[in-house]
Write a protein that binds this ligand. Sequence first.
Ligand code: RRO
Length: 324
Amino acid sequence: MRPIDTNMRLSQTLFGATFHNPVLLAAGTCGFGEELEDALDLEALGGIVTKSVTLEPRAGNPPPRVVEAGNAMLNSVGLANPGLERVCSEKLPWMREHLSSIQVFVSVAGHVPDEYWRIIEGLESVGGFLGYELNLSCPNDTRLGGLPFALDPDALRVVVEGARKLTDRPLLVKLAPNVPDIGPVAEAAEDAGADGVTLVNTMPGLLIDIASRRAALGAGSGGLSGPALRAVGVHAVHRARACTSITLLGVGGITAAEDAIQYLLAGASLVQVGTATFADPRAAQRVVMGIARYTEKMGIENVQDLIGVVQGTDRPVPVSGGPR
Ligand code: RRO
């Protein structure tokens, strides 16, 4: 294994683990790491979040699955993934061997609470990763009998409380941006036993091809991501910081270090780069280097000194910056 060039300014201990820097690859944009192995230096990152894993394999939605949407991207991938069994037999062993120096969260998705719990039980029996990110907010997959779990705090609580009983690993909950106030949703996740929340998943959207008068995506509507989502994500982090004391992970529209730093200032301890990786597989590495340059230039000893210290916002945030 190659030694890590650790920049102590960027290093943090969170969930009892060392993150060499605050930049992770977001779920659904890096497969299980292996898919991007030749395109960037994964070990230069803080970590990755895998594609969401479901109980059974999923082939995904009909094409096109991704379309450009101005300063954004619309997707309806439809949770394409190899399913729990192959993740345990192929993906986890690869990640254990190749990503042992960075932190891996496995994203978990399902239609009903029991599916989330069975996937966690299956993954627990194999191990080889740090923790879970419960995807309760996919806009392209319906919860049996209702809205995505993250749009219904009571439904969210059921999944998270059940998951909490099954594992001591760090448990993150990924929230949706399309709620009236994300603060109470983050609070519900904290009350139910989550160690952190990831804000935000994509925003439901629809694009129409006017020549064919059909939806531009094969599946109809999809989830909007990219730069257009950034202000929504930064606001969500800021709001969650005011309502909770658990660790926050910011995601949405990060293409450069300046974007990631906004999330840190709003209260996120970690950030995730998603859509930007499609245009430039090294985007996340650029973000790491940019944050390092910024901390050096500003004389900031550790990136934690940036977390949650934004001023001049409409709602107060803790000046201490939340969890360390
Ligand atoms: O696979 C998808 O279509 C998908 C997922 Br699971 C998600 O969480 N968010 C998204 O925009 N697409």
